[in-house]
Design a binder for this molecule. Sequence first.
Ligand SMILES: C[S@@+](CC[C@H](N)C(=O)[O-])C[C@H]1O[C@@H](n2cnc3c(N)ncnc32)[C@H](O)[C@@H]1O
Length: 392
Amino acid sequence: MGQVTLSGKGRRWVLGGHPWIYRDDIAGGEAEPGELLHVEDPNGNSIGWGLFSASSKIAVRLVTSDKAQPKREFWVERVGRAIKAREAMGYLNPEGACRLIAGDADRLPGWIVDLYGRTAVVQSSIQATDRMRDFLVELLEEALPFELETIVDRSDSSVRRFEDLDTRVETLKGEVRDSLVVSEVGLEYEVDVLGGHKTGHYLDQRVNRIRAADLNRGGRVLDAFSYDGLFGIRAALAGASEVICLDQSSSAGERLLRNAERNGVAAKVKFEKVNCMQELRNRLEAGETYDLVVVDPPAFARNRREIKGAERGYVEVNRRAMGLVNPGGLLVSASCSYNVRQPDFVQFLGSASRLAARDVWLEEMRGAAPDHPALLALPESNYLKCAFLRVP
Ligand SMILES: C[S@@+](CC[C@H](N)C(=O)[O-])C[C@H]1O[C@@H](n2cnc3c(N)ncnc32)[C@H](O)[C@@H]1O
């Protein structure tokens, strides 16, 4: 069994409540890559148990501060707790979709499970969950109140490189349907669990899409960085007169058009495969305007070093987007870069409004859907910012 001893600084950090222990804060001990290990303070007192990485700067992710070693019942309880919480949110539905397990935020570090109907997509991002994968899949199947047809392992996220892990995509159970369709509050959509982004879909924006559609009934909509178009399709379902979706991915665009057809709004929804940065500028220069503009770009800052470049990106994209909003209309502007904190993002939006020479009101600052919890002890889990901005 592995064991590490913290330095005095490491002890103070952990007692502050954060569950990650950095390599620099470890004074001694040893463990196998991916092992569950015992963490002790410099005096040999128990701090708890965590999952060890032999490669990442985050050497240990604490799973408990209990003295007793976690056994099978511990993991059964953790998985069960996550699933019960989704059930309480009203998200556990064999025809619907949700994030069942959100890794560190569910105190199951490195382990994500997304549910699309009776298909579960699991994603392991650390050495420990690679070791525990089959066990965690077994617990998932035991805990769910319905049977899974298909289980896919989409462990192909780029963060695996920090753990010296290769990527893999494997079907662990059943077969992936040619067209996997799920329903979510009056909407049906297709998910590509093998080739789509993340585990196939951006589940974190579900409530923001509903809110944006509610606030715009009847106007023209521009959905930039649309992926498979659910901001736009929701807006069309709520009565938008015309919806233009822009993204660089042609496969997402094809799915988007099938989704529009499936929901009976194909006549109103168009897709263009473009570079959004350029296209927003083109539309601004052409004098186009919309009642609702959505900009939901990929993370511009993947680490602290990239923040300066990200600032330029967010200011520029929002400056252009603000210029495209009709007076009285709405801009929904998202940032999924954890490294850009909410006050920074609001400041970037302020710079954009100055450059766009438009007054802009911050009506609501929203986050991810509840099935992507923001654990208070782990600020890193509070990554999504979705600003609802009125342009009077
Ligand atoms: C965060 S996702 C958007 C999610 C989407 N709004 C939703 O609700 O599902 C970002 C999208 O931006 C697209 N993208 C990234 N860079 C782009 C660019 N320069 N021009 C157009 N699309 C881009 C990606 O293909 C991806 O679909």
